[in-house]
Design a protein around this ligand. Structure first.
Ligand SMILES: *Cc1c(COP(=O)(O)O)cnc(C)c1O
Length: 415
């Protein structure tokens, strides 16, 4: 581990040696009090890439000039627009291109995946998930078990941290899987827990589930673009993520889906179908009888929302350029430096995020947490507050600097 020093010179020297430093210029930073903010909420809504506007304008131009013919004659024909994104998105999550498709929004995709991969039987109908999951995921799981006629109190097994602990031990997760294997149909976890910032051991959880023939899926909302993911190698069954957090694709932006290639040609698998998932070569024959396209693309329903996809495509191009290895390498040092600076501030801040993490640190505050949060805001730092008492800070390796992190420490000293 790098030996850190809590000085501006030191932070600047790390920035000078940062191969990703130049990407900061590729994003717009919001202003607070007339000055560029220190933006630490890329985990919630990533910043706007400067390339987004031109990408959007291209599609508006083609729509203006071609109308419906843009489906075939535009610069980037809309007929197979999703394909422009597939390979780039696959690289972000460590998948083969035919295992990935970009479509819809996150919670929608979670439900679509559950239609195919939560298939309860009389004996095996339970879902194992982390306690305190992001509310949308809790609601999705609850409504899915009810949809299948089960009682959520009985059908959902939540794993909580041990007394006095803030994150889950992998051994406890695997223990719960082993103990409930006979009744479990699905294991559904987040990749990075939104509240604690813990990165789960997806490979171990998947292996433990598969040992018992249980399907394993992940919600990667806080993991995509943040962790080095290897969904294919880990043999994950399915995953979903959103484009607007670490992937910087704008509010409500499109979502990505991973379906393991073991299911690429599985027309017998139940799914909710729509014309865009139909075998592409026959999509416009308008025939009766649904034949799914090969791979994850066979889960599409609707024609591509080209405008939000254009922004996502522009953003994914940046990730393609940097690669996830370089990003995660910087991320580890940047986040370790934030931890160091927080500890050095002398404010007794309690970080509940474990070593297994992405770039987010969650700080558990006392009764004065809101005041601390407001102090940060007043001094140009955009972090976020999560009820009941956590401040989250996520220095993202793509556009945050070591100097940003050092400044957080200075602002804390003034509190
Ligand atoms: C951000 C987030 C969501 C949001 O869902 P949308 O459908 O994009 O609104 C859902 N689940 C998790 C785990 C998240 O972090």
């Amino acid at each position: 581990m790098t030996q850190f020093t809590n000085t501006l010179e030191f932070a600047k020297s790390l920035d000078a040696h940062d191969v990703l430093a130049k990407y900061r210029q590729e994003f717009y930073f919001p202003k607070l009090n007339g000055k560029e903010a220190i933006y630490l909420t890329g985990n919630s809504l990533g910043l706007q890439p400067k390339t987004a506007l031109a990408a959007l304008e291209q599609e508006l131009e083609d729509w203006k000039n071609y109308g419906v013919e843009g489906h075939f004659h535009g610069k980037n024909p809309w007929f197979h627009y999703h394909k422009f994104l597939t390979e780039k998105a696959a690289k972000v999550v460590g998948a083969l291109p035919h295992e990935v498709v970009v479509m819809n929004n996150l919670t929608v995709n979670l439900h679509l995946m559950m239609v195919s991969f939560y298939r309860p039987t009389a004996t095996r109908y339970k879902i194992i998930m982390e306690a305190g999951a992001f509310p949308s995921d809790q609601y999705a799981m609850e409504s899915q078990v009810r949809f299948h006629g089960y009682n959520q109190e009985d059908a959902i097994i939540e794993i909580a941290p041990r007394e006095g602990e803030y994150h889950l031990r992998t051994e406890d997760i695997i223990d719960t899987i082993n103990k409930n294997a006979g009744e479990t149909a699905l294991i559904m976890f987040s990749g990075v827990q939104y509240y604690s910032g813990q990165a789960f051991n997806m490979e171990a959880i998947t292996a433990a589930g598969h040992q018992h023939g249980i399907t394993v899926g992940f919600d990667l909302a806080h993991a995509a673009g943040n962790l080095l993911l290897k969904l294919h190698d880990w043999n994950v069954d399915f995953a979903v993520w959103c484009g607007y957090k670490y992937l910087n694709s704008g509010p409500g932006g499109v979502s990505g889906v991973f379906v393991n290639e073991r299911f690429a040609n599985a027309p017998e698998l139940p799914r909710f179908a729509g014309w865009w998932g139909h075998k592409e070569s026959e999509r416009f024959l308008m025939k009766k009888g649904y034949i799914p396209e090969y791979g994850a693309a066979g889960w599409q329903l609707s024609n591509a929302p080209v405008l939000t996809m254009a922004v996502h495509n522009a953003s994914l191009s940046i990730f393609e350029e940097t690669g996830m290895e370089a990003l995660t390498t910087k991320s580890k040092t940047l986040t370790a430096y934030l931890q160091y600076v927080l500890e050095q501030s002398g404010k007794g801040l309690k970080i509940i995020t474990p070593e297994q993490r992405g770039c987010q640190l969650s700080i558990l505050t006392d009764a004065n947490g809101k005041a601390l949060f407001e102090h940060l805001q007043k001094h140009g730092i955009i972090a976020d507050w999560r009820e009941p008492n956590v401040i989250r800070m996520a220095p993202t390796p793509l556009y945050n600097s070591f100097e940003d992190v050092w400044r957080v420490g200075e602002v804390l000293k003034g509190y």
